[in-house]
Design a protein around this ligand. Sequence first.
Ligand code: ARG
Length: 464
Amino acid sequence: MAQLWGGRFTKETDRQVYEFNASINFDKRLFHQDIEGSIAHVVMLAKQGILTMDEKDSIVKGLTGIREDVDSGVLMIDGECEDIHSFVEAHLIRRIGDAGKKLHTGRSRNDQVALDMRLYTRERVLETDGLLKELLTVLLDAMEGNLDTFMPGFTHLQKAQPITLAHHYGAYFEMFRRDRSRLKDIFYRMNYCPLGAGALAGTTYPLDRYYTASLLGFEGPTLNSIDSVADRDYLIEFLSALSTVMMHLSRFAEEVILWNSNEYQFVEIDDAYSTGSSIMPQKKNPDIAELVRGKTGRVYGALMSLLTTMKGLPLAYNKDMQEDKETAFDAMDTVRDCLTLFTGMIGTMKFRRERMERSAKSGFSNATDAADYLVGKGVPFRDAHGVIGRLVLYCLEKDTSIDALSLEELQGISDKFGPDFYEAVALKTCVEKRLTVGAPGSQAMGQVIAQYRRYLKENDIQMG
Ligand code: ARG
């Protein structure tokens, strides 16, 4: 057991206590960030005359050597050290001797871990943003190709009004676009460097915190040393944004599952993204969509876990905060995998356009348009609503649809019906006449799609 703090102790740590306390098994993920942060720290220490240039050079060489050896597999990160910070420091001292003992000058593991976690989270925010952008690109391509793929729009899972696939996908485009904008906010809010906060009260060394911050690509240093080591808001915000991404993916997954069901048969999921049954040979199951829906719970769980961990903590650092890592890492990995697979599944899924169109035609999804037709003939909307209601009842009794009735049958209910009625309630007309901004008519959709194309070109997060 290599520890950084044996001096004031007379007894060895109990083995089980050591294991319980140790975080190396999971914070080894922060290895690269730890090295990067340490290099920036010593470069700054040398600039400030706190270390000599020789000391700095030897430490930087030692640190890059450790990085190379771990990356190439020559050196293993094992359980010998308590955490990743101890591992790096212990190996540095083993490698370069006394100069290595100066690395931790003017630094605490509290500001060190605060930095490592922030650097790591920042990378994962960018990664998530990139994956969302890929999903948006696939969605937008599909929207462009499906402006006239008709389908029913639903409320209460009952057919409501006809829409198009492009329009329906557009709703998800909006959701994932908002997710990206949340990530951008988080990125800009979190991009301040906690290094130099020390244990909680800064240090007496003349550190240049602005310099370290700029070396590490931050906007500047954080401005309160207590908050710097006690803050995990950025991680809570990220987990919250990830939870929202999962909520969106899960709703989408639920729809894919419905569309893929025997009752709907709107889509055919590609073989590469489906699985079979061990007993029922006819089955092709939407497991990916179901797993995405299912994994949403564990991402929410990570958010709840961290919110609960943080709620009772007095300032500043408490060991409870070590619990921020495992569930957060799991959530980040889960969302990465879900986004990647979901994008692949959507991109290869085939739509059964005739079935979708047939479904849009049944179920009286043109009833609103039928009422609007009567309004056009001077009937007040409330009365028109009543007339079409009676018409629907009549159709239900006869097991037919509004547009299949003869003119005589229609005029039996209201003399305002004329031969132009059929064109007015045709599926295409119902959709195409909806031209307000955000509506499914192809002209309105076309303008929105052009805006989305520009959006995809312009909205990446800018670092530094
Ligand atoms: N492993 C610790 C964590 O993840 C590092 C910080 C330790 N600081 C301390 N004062 N014990 O939070």
